[in-house]
Write a protein that binds this ligand. Structure first.
Ligand SMILES: Nc1ncnc2c1ncn2[C@@H]1O[C@H](COP(=O)(O)OP(=O)(O)OP(=O)(O)O)[C@@H](O)[C@H]1O
Ligand SMILES: [Mg+2]
Length: 237
């Protein structure tokens, strides 16, 4: 796992007295699109919260490009290069799409300014057409695109997407999938939490499967696809 862009090592996470994650190990290499798969309640969002500093591990560590970031407050973890898009895709409803994007604008951890308004509009022409629209008036899918784009505006080293397809209509899910594939093609490093394995098959390069707070499988997407025992046991298919 040496040289991984993001590593979670032996993370134990608790909510109050209840332990939710048990020694979770996870590694994402630069340029990978890693799917974090697991059923409802498996611990995907908790893993993301552990990485983002919202549920810091009681034991274990989160390491970004060789540097331990666990223990820092969430804003410092974000500034170190982790772009986290939570499940609830919050936008500022009373502000325009463009203002929502500008709120997220900052240089990357080493001064990167790759993602600008112009760049975002080039990759997401849909948002360019909606730039003056109030974010609260966007559809669910458009809001999901906006939250992803706003996070990209922060020039992160890695993008964490927590169930971006959840609750969206099939055509919109396809559009989100196409966006993630585009980002992958651009070399963006992505960690994608999903219950829906089929959504990930055409999108991700690698998979880590969690169940009851433990990692139960790691492999490439073709390996996972060929492994009926794992997909039937741990994933809703
Ligand atoms: N704030 C909390 N306090 C106590 N328990 C929690 C809390 N949030 C989640 N849990 C529990 O932790 C476990 C893991 O939840 P988590 O949200 O990480 O799962 P998930 O894999 O993201 O599921 P989903 O696919 O439904 O989003 C579940 O048993 C859940 O009930
Ligand atoms: Mg979740």
């Amino acid at each position: 796992m040496a040289g991984a862009m993001l590593e979670v090592r032996g993370a134990d996470v608790f909510y109050g007295a209840s332990q939710i994650l048990f020694g979770v190990d996870l590694a994402v290499e630069k340029g990978q699109t890693m799917a974090l798969l697991g059923r409802n309640g498996a611990g995907k969002s908790t893993t993301f919260k552990a990485i983002a500093g919202l549920a810091p591990p009681r034991r274990g560590r989160v390491i970004l490009s060789g540097e331990t970031v666990s223990g820092r407050p969430p804003y410092r973890i974000a500034r170190a290069g982790i772009g986290y898009v939570p499940e609830d895709r919050q936008v500022f409803p009373e502000h325009t799409v463009e203002d929502n994007l500008l709120v997220g604008a900052k240089r990357g951890p080493r001064g990167e300014a790759h993602w600008t308004l112009a760049r975002v509009y080039e990759v997401l022409p849909l948002l360019a057409g909606l730039r003056t629209r109030m974010a609260g008036r966007l559809s669910g899918g458009e809001q999901q695109m906006l939250t992803i784009a706003r996070t990209l505006m922060g020039n992160p080293d890695i993008l964490l997407l927590d169930e971006p397809s959840e609750g969206l209509a099939p055509l919109v899910v396809q559009a989100i999938g196409a966006l993630i594939r585009t980002l992958r093609g651009m070399g963006v490093t992505i960690l994608l939490a999903e219950q829906n394995m089929h959504f990930c098959l055409a999108i991700a390069t690698h998979a880590t499967v969690v169940d009851k707070g433990e990692v139960v499988y790691r492999g490439t997407i073709p390996e996972l696809r060929a492994n009926a025992a794992v997909t039937q046991r741990y994933l809703a298919v």
